[in-house]
Design a protein around this ligand. Structure first.
Ligand code: ADP
Length: 237
């Protein structure tokens, strides 16, 4: 296995109770990649993320994950539920809880974890919100808090499921800029499911399009030249 490979899927089928949602999936995620996962509702995007995270075992084929990821060091930003939006904790507490997945975490947070949480909040420009209650924040601020939380867990890979849902266009652009910054300057690999393909493709380098009967996987340029990508371009015009 090459050193910079983080996750390798070989001829993978994923699904539930004997029913397959995705079949014959071959995909490699390398250090520093920025992959955008697109497809219709119900096509299997969240299912794929569950497979990549190791939450869902493949029905067949193999999902190989780098040793460091096996230890839980993936930053995951799930779709936000209503209950999470109303979570009664301070921003600092929410961010710090991202350290819980780390191996060796004891009952109390260490000073190092606290300073890492503060550093990640600084990176995302939310340090001044530290003592505010999470549920009082705007949608864009809440996403920044959850991204800081995910960074506490992530050493090399961030996985995001529809991160801009509920954000206004300016907050969404802000989030994309932050992701590009983390990807380009901090070398963080990003895998993101999104409906907002047009904006997402500005930062992404590769695309996985999950179609009804076929999968497309390739560079953004190849995708835009493919039948699926052409349809997308025409729909946008
Ligand atoms: P997407 O994220 O692209 O909208 P999903 O991965 O959520 O699609 O769902 C793909 C298919 O798998 C859908 O048909 C959905 O009904 C089914 N599915 C999703 N989660 C489960 C589950 N926990 N148990 C059974 N079927 C599921």
């Amino acid at each position: 296995m090459e050193r910079n490979e983080l996750i390798v899927c070989r001829d993978v089928s994923l699904g539930y109770e004997g029913q397959s949602v995705l079949t014959h999936l071959n995909l490699t995620i390398q250090a520093g990649d920025y992959l955008c996962v697109v497809g219709d509702n119900g096509s299997g995007k969240s299912t794929l993320l569950r497979g990549l995270l190791g939450l869902l075992a493949p029905q067949s084929g193999e999902i190989w994950r780098a040793e460091e990821l096996r230890r839980g060091a993936v930053g995951y930003l799930p779709q936000q539920t209503r209950a999470q939006r109303d979570f009664p904790a301070t921003v600092f507490e929410v961010v710090l809880s991202g350290c819980l997945n780390r191996p060796g975490t004891r009952f109390f947070y260490s000073a190092a974890q606290k300073s890492e949480a503060l550093m990640n909040m600084g990176k995302l420009g939310i340090l001044e919100l530290k003592d505010q209650c999470y549920r009082d924040l705007s949608g864009g601020q809440q996403q920044r808090v959850l991204l800081s939380r995910a960074l506490c867990a992530a050493s090399r890979l961030l996985i995001l499921d529809e991160p801009i849902t509920g954000l206004d266009p300016a907050a969404a652009q802000d989030l994309y800029k932050t992701l590009s910054y983390l990807n380009e300057k901090e070398g963080m690999a990003v895998v993101m499911v999104t409906h907002d393909l047009k904006s997402a493709l500005r930062g992404a380098r590769t695309v996985l399009h999950i179609g009804r009967s076929s999968l497309f996987s390739g560079t953004v340029a190849d995708y835009l030249a493919s039948p699926q990508g052409r349809r997308f371009r025409e729909a946008e015009q």
